[in-house]
Ligand binder design. Structure first.
Ligand code: GLV
Ligand code: MN
Ligand code: MN
Ligand code: MN
Length: 414
């Protein structure tokens, strides 16, 4: 059949139903999801996704990091596949769409190809990248980082959660350690659909974000070591208070980001006091600074400034200051041709669109190291994400998946 123009649509109801079905696995406490990497809920989500892929006629490969690659064959045996995907793992208090929309949107594109009887020259591979969130095991986008050759496999296996369990052991435990060498696949191109996780598209009244860049990131894990002491009986001048040092570092991080406006953010999302008792001054505090900006210069400058000033603060208080980089990627420029395909698809389908820079990190950022890559974004309500209150409309999801479908077909060649 002729597949062009107006008739090239996906099934928005089917996509939405699948999103709602997946959201039943690992329900959160406030309407969202807690389906963290390599938990039993992650395994259950993978099983459900696989069952849908089986129905759609896709064959599965799993690599040694646990990433799922679901293949729809192409007509040319020599053509490299077009990869399309995102992640099914969530934050501990995550939403129903962060990552999930990209995986199920890719599946919906394949289901629609089946409905239309479309054969593509290039195979299509729907991907569920393992451990995108990095909430349980830092860094984020870990499996795609290993795939791109940027993170060593053994380092990834050794990463620990707060209970001291390793990635490698937990991957074996849930039974999703595959046998494929990580990164052994070659990609013709990579597309990822994602919610914006920021407020711009909704505020501008646009249906689609054409993602041209992604900002760079450092995760700096600080370990401040002071002296554990009784909070009642230790005179103020005798305290070596790691908690006080942390508070000053937090304020300093805020100042550094403010001094680089516009276009820079930094903050702290995770901290552990030890021993974390009301009447003990903490002997040590571990916390992670997350800093991001689209500018390489600013990224380097902010990291250096934060480390320098943290050392100064700690010296003043007499606290020891250790810092380890536990996550990093440079700012990314996405592939011009693929970005053009997304823009063209939005135009052909009659969707309003805006060029944007991704504020969040995505597996597409690592995929861009090894293949032409880009992303499609759709709005989310008030920009809220990494929050169980994350919300999108069925129309937004449909528009995003439709643009994805059309751009992928452009690259995979009918
Ligand atoms: C990953 O989700 C990130 O942007 O932190
Ligand atoms: Mn995500
Ligand atoms: Mn996320
Ligand atoms: Mn992300």
């Amino acid at each position: 059949m002729a597949v062009s123009g107006e008739n090239l649509r996906i099934d928005g109801d089917r996509l939405w139903d699948s999103l709602m079905e997946m959201a039943k696995i690992g329900p959160g406490i406030a309407g969202g999801n807690n389906r963290q990497t390599l938990t039993d809920e992650d395994a259950e989500g993978r099983d459900l996704f696989k069952s849908w892929c089986d129905e759609a006629g896709l064959s599965m490969g799993v690599d040694k990091m646990g990433t799922m690659f679901m293949t729809r064959e192409g007509t040319d045996p020599d053509a490299l596949p077009v990869y399309v995907g995102s992640h099914l793992d969530t934050q501990p208090t995550g939403g129903k769409y962060d990552g999930v929309l990209g995986v199920l949107g890719a599946l919906e594109a394949v289901r629609s190809m089946n409905d239309f009887g479309i054969r593509t020259k290039h195979p299509i591979v729907v991907v569920n990248w393992a451990n995108e969130e990095g909430a349980r095991f830092a860094p984020a986008m870990m499996a795609s980082g290993v795939f791109a050759g940027e993170i060593p496999l053994e380092y990834a296996y050794g990463r620990k959660d707060l209970e001291g369990k390793t990635y490698g052991a937990e991957l074996e435990r849930i039974g999703w350690k595959g046998d494929e060498e990580v990164g052994s696949r070659k990609m013709h191109a990579y597309y990822e659909l994602h919610i914006e996780q920021g407020p711009i598209l909704e505020a501008e009244g646009k249906d689609i974000g054409v993602v041209t860049h992604c900002q760079g990131l450092w995760w700096l894990e600080f370990t401040l070591t002071g002296r554990e002491a009784h909070t009642g009986s230790t005179p103020m001048e005798m305290r070596v208070n790691a908690g006080l040092a942390m508070a000053r570092v937090l304020e300093m991080v805020q100042q550094v980001a403010m001094s680089e406006q516009p276009g820079a953010v930094a903050g702290v999302g995770q901290m552990q006091f030890s021993p974390n008792s009301r009447n003990v001054l903490p002997g040590s505090v571990v916390f992670t600074v997350d800093l991001r900006t689209p500018s390489q210069d600013k990224l380097d400058r902010m990291r250096a400034e934060i480390e320098r000033r943290a050392a100064e603060i700690c010296e003043e208080i007499g606290v020891q200051c250790g810092v380890e980089a536990v996550g990093h990627f440079d700012p990314v420029t996405f592939d011009e041709t693929l970005v053009g395909n997304v823009r063209k698809a939005a135009e052909e389908l009659g969707y309003s669109h805006l060029d944007i820079i991704s504020g969040a990190g995505h597996d597409a950022c690592w995929a861009a190291k090894v293949a032409p890559a880009t992303m499609v974004m759709c709005p989310c309500v008030k920009g809220i994400s990494h929050n169980e209150a994350e919300e999108i409309s069925k129309d937004w999801a449909t528009a995003g998946a439709e643009v994805l479908f059309r751009a992928v077909l452009e690259t995979a060649e009918i």
